[in-house]
Design a protein around this ligand. Structure first.
Ligand code: BG6
Length: 513
C-alpha cells in the first residue's frame, strides 16, 4: 500500500497528507518502545511512509544520552523488526531524527525544558509545532501527563486557530471496569477533546482485521447470508501458547478477560457483526460498531455460571517443553484466582443476529498460537444427502487472523467414483502465498494513521464503555465467587472441561484449530 492511501479507498481516490510532526514517546525506556514502536517507526521510514519532516523523541525518567537511547533503539529494531537485519544506511541517517529527554512525569521543570527543546527541534527539522504524544506508561500516569502537557502549553485545542495540532495515543487498559473507564475519560477530556485521543487496540491495526470490512462489504456473496437465517453460530478464538512471562504483576491485576477479551475480541466481534456503514469515515464505522456492542444482551441470574467460564493453567507441556503453572510464575500469588482462560457465550439482540450465539474463547498456554473467527452456517435441509442417518457437516467460513493469515471455506463435495460419498473439503486462501509479502506490523499502520489524523482504526470511547458494561458484571461475579477448581487446565491443553461442557450443552463443539 502506498504511503498515503487509506485501506478502504478506491484506487485513484485522493490520498491523505502526512503533516510534519514530532512523535514523543512517554515511558520510552519500557519494553513496548524497543519491541514494537521503534521497529514500527523504522519500517515506516524504510518504506518512505513517514513525513519528511519528522522527529521521534523519547521522554522517560532514567538518565540517558541521545546516543545511548539511539543504541538501545537500534538493538530493539535489530531484534524485533519484521525485516532484518537493520539497513545500516537507513538507520545511520534516521537516528539523527531520534532524541531523548529525561524528566519525571510530574516534574514541572522537566516539562519546561522539554517545551523549549521541542521548539528547537521544530526550528531544526521543520516539524511546525505538530505533536503526537504516545503514552506508553503505566495507566496511572495518563492523567498526570496530560495535565502537565496542558499546563506547559504543549497541548493545543482541537482545531487550534494556529493550525498546529496535538494528538495523544494511549495504550490499553482503558480503565479496569465500567466506572473506572468513565472516570479516566472524564479526567482525560478535561484537557483534551475526543478527536485528539487515539486509543490503541493493536488488533485493529492487523492487516487481516482491516480486511474484515473489505471482505464483508466489497463482496456480495456472503453479505446476503450474514444473518440469523443462515448462520448457526460464530466462534472467536484467541489462543496463545505463551504464558504470562515476566508480566506477573500486570496479569495479577488484569486476567485474561480484561487483557484480551474486553478489548481485542470485542473489536473483532463488532466488525463481524456490524451493519454496513454509510461511508468509510471514522465516525460512520464507529457508529455501526457501537450499535453492535450496545445490543449485546446483558447477563442475568444463572447466565454468569452457565455462559462465562474461567480457567487457570496448571503445570504441563507446551510444544514438548515443560511449562510452569500460573501460580508458580514470578510475581503471582500462590493462591491466585486470576483467570488465564475465559470462554463466554453471548447474544446480540438485534434483527440481524436474533438467536445466533457468539462464543468467545481466549487463553494463555494453549497448544498453539492461533487467532481465528469461524462462522458456521446452518445445515441444509437433510432431505437429499444423509449418510447413515447423519446430517453432513456444516459449511464453515474460517477467517484466520494469525498466523497463516487467510480465509478458508469448508464445503461438502462428492468423492469421485460411482458411489456418492460426500466429504468436506476446504477452499483455502492464504495471504502470504498469494501476495508474497510479510504484512506490516499493526503499530506501523496505527502510528501512520495517527499522523494522518485518521482514527478509524482506533477504539472510540463509547465502544470501550459498552464493552465494559457487558463485562463488568461478569468480573464482579468472578471477584465475588471463588473458583472451585483452579488451576483447571494443564499447559498445552485446550482449556478446562467446563468450557467444553458449556458449548456441548448447545449441541456444538469448539473448533479444532
Ligand atoms: C496484548 C496482551 O494486548 O495482546 C498480551 O496484553 C497478548 O497478553 C497480546 O499476548 C496478543 O497480541 P498478538 O498481536 O500477539 O495476538
Amino acid at each position: 500500500m502506498n504511503a498515503s492511501s487509506h485501506p478502504f479507498e478506491e484506487p485513484g481516490q485522493t490520498s491523505r497528507t502526512l503533516d510534519p510532526c514530532i512523535l514523543v514517546i512517554f515511558g520510552a525506556t519500557g519494553d513496548l518502545t524497543a519491541k514494537k514502536l521503534m521497529p514500527a517507526i523504522y519500517n515506516l521510514k524504510r518504506e518512505g511512509q513517514l513525513p519528511t519532516n519528522f522527529v521521534c523523541c523519547g521522554f522517560a525518567r532514567r538518565e540517558k544520552t541521545h546516543e545511548e537511547f539511539r543504541e538501545e533503539m537500534k538493538k530493539g529494531v535489530n531484534t524485533h523488526s519484521r525485516v532484518k537485519p537493520i539497513d545500516e544506511n537507513i538507520w545511520s541517517n534516521f537516528q539523527n531524527q531520534i532524541f531523548y529527554h529525561q524528566s519525571g512525569f510530574d516534574e514541572d521543570e522537566g516539562y519546561d525544558r522539554f517545551a523549549k527543546y521541542l521548539n528547537e527541534l521544530d526550528a531544526q527539522f521543520g516539524t511546525k509545532g505538530n505533536r503526537i504524544y504516545y503514552l506508553s506508561t503505566q495507566p496511572s500516569y495518563f492523567t498526570k501527563i496530560i495535565e502537565k502537557l496542558k499546563q506547559h502549553k504543549l497541548l493545543y485545542d482541537h482545531e487550534d486557530p494556529s493550525g498546529k495540532w496535538s494528538r495523544v495515543i494511549i495504550e490499553k487498559p482503558f480503565g479496569h471496569d465500567y466506572n473506572s473507564a468513565l472516570a479516566l475519560q472524564k479526567d482525560l477530556t478535561k484537557h483534551l477533546s475526543e478527536p485528539q485521543l487515539y486509543r490503541i487496540d493493536h488488533y485493529l491495526g492487523k492487516e487481516t482485521v482491516q480486511n474484515l470490512l473489505v471482505f464483508r462489504f466489497a463482496n456480495s456473496i456472503f453479505e446476503n447470508l450474514w444473518n440469523h437465517r443462515y448462520i448457526d453460530h460464530v466462534q472467536f478464538t484467541v489462543a496463545e501458547d505463551i504464558g504470562i512471562g515476566t508480566r506477573g504483576n500486570f496479569y495479577e491485576e488484569q486476567g485474561l478477560l480484561r487483557d484480551i477479551m474486553q478489548n481485542h475480541m470485542m473489536q473483532l466481534l463488532s466488525l463481524i457483526a456490524m451493519e454496513p456503514p454509510v461511508n468509510l469515515s471514522a465516525g460512520a464505522v464507529h457508529d455501526e460498531k457501537v450499535k453492535v456492542l450496545e445490543a449485546v444482551r446483558p447477563y442475568k441470574g444463572e447466565d454468569f455460571d452457565k455462559f462465562a467460564i474461567r480457567g487457570q493453567y496448571a503445570k504441563g507441556y507446551v510444544g514438548g517443553e515443560e511449562a510452569k503453572g500460573y501460580r508458580e510464575e514470578d510475581n503471582v500469588a500462590k493462591d491466585s484466582n486470576v483467570e488465564t482462560y475465559a470462554a463466554v457465550k453471548l447474544y446480540i439482540d438485534n434483527w440481524r443476529w436474533d438467536g445466533v450465539p457468539f462464543y468467545l474463547r481466549g487463553a494463555k498456554r494453549l497448544p498453539k498460537r492461533a487467532t481465528e473467527i469461524a462462522i458456521t452456517f446452518k445445515t441444509p435441509p437433510g432431505i437429499l444427502f444423509k449418510e447413515n442417518g447423519e446430517q453432513h457437516e456444516s459449511n464453515v467460513l474460517a477467517i484466520r487472523i494469525q498466523p497463516n493469515e487467510g480465509i478458508a471455506l469448508k464445503i461438502n463435495c462428492k468423492v469421485p467414483g460411482p458411489s456418492s460419498p460426500i466429504q468436506p473439503v476446504k477452499m483455502d486462501f492464504r495471504y502470504g502465498a498469494f501476495f508474497g509479502l510479510t504484512p506490516p506490523d499493526a503499530y506501523e499502520r496505527l502510528i501512520c494513521d495517527c499522523i494522518a489524523g485518521d482514527s478509524t482504526l482506533f477504539a472510540r470511547q463509547d465502544e470501550v464503555f459498552h464493552s465494559w458494561k457487558f463485562f463488568t458484571p461478569i468480573l464482579e461475579h468472578w471477584a465475588n465467587t471463588k473458583p472451585k477448581d483452579f488451576p483447571n487446565y494443564p499447559c498445552g491443553s485446550w482449556g478446562p472441561q467446563s468450557a467444553e461442557e458449556m458449548i456441548a450443552r448447545d449441541g456444538r463443539k469448539w473448533r479444532l484449530i
